[in-house]
Each structure stands twice: as C-alpha cells, then as structure tokens.
Design a protein around this ligand. Sequence first.
Ligand code: NDP
Ligand code: 8X3
Length: 247
Amino acid sequence: MKTALITGATAGIGQATARTLAANGWRVIGTGRRQERIDALGQELGADRFLGLVFDVRDAEARNAALDGLPDDWSDIDLLVNNAGLAAGLDAAQEADLADWHTMVDTNVVALLGLTRRLLPGLIERKGAIVNIGSVAGSYIYPGGAVYAGSKAFVNHFTLALRADLHGTGVRATSIEPGMVETEFTTVRTGSQDKSDEFYAGAHPMTAEDIAETIRWVAELPAHLNVNRLEIMPVTQDFAGFRVARD
Ligand code: NDP
Ligand code: 8X3
C-alpha cells in the first residue's frame, strides 16, 4: 500500500484529496494546524488509512519534529502533495499589508521548499512523486493578487525545475494549477464568509473533489508518464485580462 503526505488536509482541496486517495487504497498522512479537523478526518478514514500531524508548515522545527516522530511503518512516503497555502488580502500592492505578503511567501514558498527538500531523498529511493498545487494566478495575474500570484508562479516554475534536477531518478513532479475552486480559500483571503459566498455565487466554480480527482489521476498514472503541469479552470472562468487606462 502506498503512502501519501498531504499538507493542508483540514479543508478544501487537501481534505478532499485525503478522502479520495484513502478511498483508492492509499495510506494518507494529513497535516494542518486545526487539531479537531485532523482528529475528525482520522475518525472518518480510520487509523489504518490515515495518520494526522498537527503543525504550522512555516515552523521548520515543528515540521521536522513531526516527520521525525512518524512511526516506522508510516515513514516511507511515496507521494508528497504540497497543498497547504493561502492568499491573504486583495489590496493593491501600494496599499497591501507587508505582513500578509510575508505570510503568503512563508507558507506558499518557503514551507513548500523545506518539506520538499526534506522528503526528496526518500522519494528518490522509492521512485515516488511530488504534486505541487500552484495556481492559474501563477500564469495570469489579476489586480490585488501580486504576491499570491508571485508565490504561485514560483511553485509552478520550481516544479518544472525540479524535473530537471530529478532527471534519471524516476521521481515524477507535477504542478497542478487550478482556477476558481470553492473552498475556504476566499473566506481566508477576505476574512468574510459573505464575501466568499458572493465571489462564488452563480460562477459554477470547481469543487475540491474535482481537483482531488485530478491529483489522484496524476498520481496513479503508469510510472513511465509524467504530467509536467496541468492547468484547470471552471468553464465560466477565463484568462483575458488586458486593461487600458485612458486619459
Ligand atoms: P482552504 O483554505 O480550504 O485550505 C487550505 C489548507 O491549507 C487548510 O487545510 C489549512 O489548514 C492549510 N494551511 C494554510 N496555512 C497553513 C499553515 N501555515 N500551516 C499548516 N497548514 C496550513 O484552501 P484550498 O483548499 O482552496 O487551498 C489549497 C491550495 O490550493 C492552496 O495552496 C491554494 O493556494 C491552492 N489553490 C486554491 C484555489 C482556489 O480557488 N481555492 C485555486 C488555485 C490554487 P489549517 O488552517 O488547519 O492549518
Ligand atoms: C486562486 C485562483 O482564480 O480564485 O489560486 O484567483 S483564483
């Protein structure tokens, strides 16, 4: 039975991916800061399918201690899903809170790098796989998303660069780049459930389960195939974004 480690398994895409992979015969190590959600997922999926780790991904010491403490029979990780992430705020760069920028870079970029570097030797030993959750925002920018977009451009590009370094190792690396998915993402970004409801209303956004199924598909492809990057949007969303400011 293969073992996946999914960061951000307490909500949204990560939680749906934990359920999907567990239902398809994987063992899942799921992480997040919210103990009660980790416990609930453990109850739901069962101790033979799910092991929860509670830590802030930005805290390198806590992250490494959690991994050091894995029981022997859970420590051989075959698939790393770097999913934990967030957008904070929608202010223009000239008005944004610098602390929000640091939160996004520390979570979406620095923590992802720390975990990836730590797990790479074992992934190489097992010819495993890495799925990084980037975003369409990493390719198509929009107002109020400068640092979120920059952080996801890093994820998208870092994943492609990883492929170059992993050449010949048999390790697969994929950047999954979703557009609008209705999760807790916009509530976290705006601090308001109402604003989130308004953002998704009538838009027929993708669901966390849509992306979970995409991750499962990528992870279960035959070993000789690598999806490099996969961009996916709801039909209602497009990327035509040019604007002209006139006198
Ligand atoms: P949610 O807000 O629903 O879930 C985010 C998850 O990340 C939670 O489980 C949260 O756990 C975890 N997380 C966030 N910060 C930390 C932290 N510091 N330490 C540990 N865990 C953390 O959002 P989504 O499911 O939508 O987002 C998942 C990924 O998908 C993100 O990387 C996001 O950027 C990306 N994405 C989302 C899109 C969307 O439209 N929803 C589109 C494209 C990409 P907890 O709070 O318990 O710590
Ligand atoms: C977020 C994608 O389309 O909601 O990563 O900005 S979108």
